[in-house]
Write a new protein. Structure first.
Length: 563
C-alpha cells in the first residue's frame, strides 16, 4: 500500500473533524436525522431493524406497506442496514450509523484518492499533494446536507483506480467486490461504477498492448461479476417492485441536470470565482465544481500537450474510460441542455427512450466520474510532461490554491452543519400531542393513511410514532414507488371505508384535503379528529379502553365524508 493512501485516509479523518461536530458519531443521537431525506433514511433503518427477516433479506414491509418495498428504496445504506440488522441484538436502541458512515466515507475517499495519486506520480511530495485534491472534494462535502449514501464517492475512486492501473489482467475479485458493495450503498453509485467496469473490460480485452486476456478469460470474468451483482441486488430487494417503477418520471428528467458551466461554477463558497447562474431546481445537482487549483492544473496539462516539439501521447488504452466518462457527462446534461439559467438545446427525446433516461432523475450526479477523471488526468499529465522540479512546484502550488479557494466553503459549512444538525433539531417537536395516540398504540398494529401515498402530511412524525410503538404504516418517503400497488391499495381503502369493512387491527387516518372518502362505521367503531387528522378506529368501544379513552372518540353507527 503506498504511503499516500494512508496519508489520504488520515487527511480525510482530519477534514471530517474540521467540518463536523464529533457528536454526530454518537449512535444514540438521532434527532438530527428527523428532517426531509435524512428522516426516511433513518426511519427506513428503524423499521427494517425492528421487523422479522423477510425474503429477500432486504425487503422491508412495515415501512410503507404497499407504498414501500425494500431497504434500497429508503436510501438507508443497505450495506450498513443489513449488517446492523444481523447484529441488532448487540446494538443499543435507538441506534444510528449515519455519522459513522460519514466519517468512513471521508477516510475511504482519502485512501482511494491516495491510490490514484500513486498512479499519477512517482514522486512522494506530488503524491501527497494530489491526494489532497481528492480529499477536498466539493460534491462529497455537499452531499452531507442529507444524502449520506451518496457521500460514498470512494466507490467511484476505487473504480477509477481499477480502470487506470497498469496491470493487464482483469481484476475479477476486486470488481466483484466493488460492484456488489456499490449496489449495497446507492443505485446511482452503482451506475457510475458499472460504467467504469465496462470501460475496464473493454480496455483489457481490446485496447491494451498484447498480451491481452483471451475471450474465455474475459467471458468468465464478466459472468462471475454479473452473477454476483444480480444475486446481491436480488437479496438486497432491488427487484421487489416492478421494473417500470425504477423510472424517476419524465417530468423530473432535466430538472436536476448538470449545467454546461458546471466544472467552473462554484455555486457559492469560492474565494476567487463568482457564482454563475443555473436552471432553477438544479442548484445542487447542476454543479460539478473542480476547484480553481484543478482548473489551473488542467490548463497547464492542456498547454503541455499542444506545445511544439512535445511527443505524442498514446491515449489508446484510455479511450474506453474517456468514452464512459463522456457518455455519463452527456446524460448528466439531460435532453434539456442548459448554459447558465437558459436551455440552449432541447433534444427531441420522447416516449420509451425518455422514460428510460428518466431513470436517472437526478442526472447531474453522473458528472462525478468526469470530475474525478479530469482531476486525475490534470495531475498525471503535469507530473509526466514537466521537468520534475517544475512539476512538483506546479502541483503543490495548485493544491495550495485549491485549498485556499475552497476554504470559505468549508468554514461556512461548519456553521451550517452545526445549525442543521444541532440547533435546529433542538427546536423540533412532534405535532402528535393528543394523549389519544398513546392509547391507540396499545390496541392497533397498523396505521393506514387514506389515501395511501408517499410524503403524506406529517409522515416523519407519524412514522416515528409507528416504529416507536411497533406498528406498521403505509406512508413514508421513497426513492422509487410501485405506482400500480399504490393504486390498488387506494381502491381497497375506498371500498373498505365506504362499506365499513374495517380491519380491527388497523387505525385509519384521513389526511388529505384534496381526497375525500365516503365512510361508515359500526356501533363499536369510533371517529374523531386529533392533531389535524380524521381518525377512524375500528371496534374502539368493543372492549374497555381505560377510564378516559372513550372520551376521545364518537360512537357509531355513523357515516360521512372526510376530510
Amino acid at each position: 500500500m503506498p504511503g499516500s493512501a494512508a496519508f489520504g485516509a488520515l487527511a480525510g479523518v482530519v477534514l471530517f473533524f474540521l467540518v463536523f461536530d464529533p457528536r454526530l458519531l454518537d449512535p444514540g443521537y438521532w434527532a438530527w436525522l428527523l428532517d426531509g431525506d435524512p428522516a426516511t433514511e433513518y426511519l427506513g433503518w428503524r423499521f427494517f431493524r425492528a421487523e422479522a427477516w423477510q425474503w429477500p433479506p432486504g425487503a422491508s414491509r412495515s415501512y410503507g406497506l404497499e407504498v414501500g418495498s425494500a431497504i434500497p428504496y429508503s436510501d438507508s445504506i443497505p450495506l450498513a442496514a443489513l449488517a446492523g440488522k444481523l447484529f441488532r441484538g448487540l446494538l443499543p436502541e435507538p441506534f444510528q450509523y449515519f455519522g459513522l458512515w460519514m466519517l468512513a466515507c471521508f477516510a475511504l475517499q482519502g485512501f482511494f484518492g491516495g491510490l490514484l495519486a500513486a498512479l499519477a506520480s512517482t514522486r512522494a511530495l506530488e503524491r501527497y499533494a494530489i491526494t489532497l485534491l481528492f480529499v477536498a472534494s466539493v460534491p462529497l462535502l455537499d452531499r452531507a446536507i442529507g444524502h449520506y449514501a451518496l457521500m460514498s464517492h470512494w466507490t467511484v475512486l476505487w473504480g477509477l483506480w481499477l480502470a487506470l492501473r497498469p496491470n493487464r489482467e482483469l481484476a475479477t475479485a476486486q470488481w466483484t467486490a466493488l460492484l456488489c458493495l456499490a449496489s449495497l450503498v446507492h443505485a446511482y453509485l452503482l451506475v457510475l461504477v458499472l460504467a467504469l467496469w465496462v470501460a475496464d473490460v473493454v480496455r483489457r480485452r481490446h485496447f491494451d498492448p498484447e498480451p491481452r486476456p483471451g475471450f474465455g478469460v474475459a467471458f468468465r470474468h464478466v459472468t462471475i461479476v454479473a452473477i454476483a451483482l444480480v444475486a446481491t441486488m436480488a437479496l438486497a430487494g432491488y427487484f421487489v417492485i416492478p421494473g417500470s417503477s425504477a423510472s424517476g418520471g419524465a417530468a423530473y428528467f432535466g430538472k436536476y441536470a448538470a449545467n454546461l458551466n458546471a466544472f467552473w461554477n462554484p455555486g457559492w463558497g469560492s474565494a476567487f470565482l463568482p457564482n454563475l447562474p443555473v436552471m432553477k431546481g438544479s442548484e445542487l445537482e447542476g454543479h460539478g465544481y473542480l476547484g480553481l487549483g484543478v482548473l489551473v492544473l488542467l490548463a497547464a496539462a492542456g498547454l503541455s500537450l499542444v506545445a511544439p516539439g512535445t511527443p505524442r501521447v498514446d491515449v489508446k488504452p484510455y479511450l474506453p474510460l474517456i468514452a464512459a466518462a463522456t457518455a455519463l457527462w452527456l446524460v448528466s446534461l439531460s435532453h434539456q441542455i442548459a448554459w447558465g439559467d437558459r436551455v440552449i438545446v432541447e433534444l427531441p427525446i420522447r416516449g420509451k427512450l425518455l422514460d428510460l433516461l428518466a431513470t436517472f432523475r437526478a442526472s447531474g450526479r453522473l458528472i462525478w466520474v468526469a470530475m474525478y477523471a479530469l482531476t486525475f488526468a490534470a495531475a498525471a499529465i503535469v507530473a509526466a510532461r514537466f521537468a520534475p522540479r517544475a512539476a512538483t512546484l506546479l502541483i503543490v502550488a495548485a493544491v495550495a490554491l485549491q485549498l485556499v479557494d475552497l476554504a470559505p466553503r468549508f468554514v461556512a459549512m461548519r456553521g451550517y452543519f452545526d445549525d442543521r444538525f444541532f440547533a435546529a433539531p433542538s427546536k423540533r417537536s412532534s405535532p402528535l400531542v393528543s394523549p389519544f395516540w398513546k392509547e391507540a398504540a396499545k390496541h392497533y398494529r397498523t396505521i393506514r393513511m387514506a389515501p395511501a401515498a408517499s410524503n403524506t402530511r406529517g409522515w416523519e412524525w407519524l412514522s416515528l410514532y409507528a416504529v416507536d410503538h411497533g406498528m406498521a404504516i403505509n406512508t413514508g418517503q421513497f426513492a422509487r414507488l410501485p405506482h400500480a400497488r399504490i393504486g390498488e391499495a387506494n381502491r381497497r381503502l375506498t371500498v373498505a371505508l365506504g362499506r365499513g369493512e374495517l380491519d380491527p387491527g388497523t387505525i385509519y387516518l384521513l389526511w388529505s384535503r384534496d381526497a375525500r372518502f365516503d365512510w361508515q362505521i359500526g356501533p363499536d367503531d369510533g371517529v374523531g379528529v386529533f392533531d389535524g387528522y380524521v381518525v377512524i378506529a375500528p371496534r374502539w368501544f368493543a372492549e374497555p379502553r381505560g377510564p378516559i379513552a372513550p372520551d376521545y372518540l364518537v360512537r357509531g353507527p355513523k357515516h360521512g365524508v372526510a376530510p
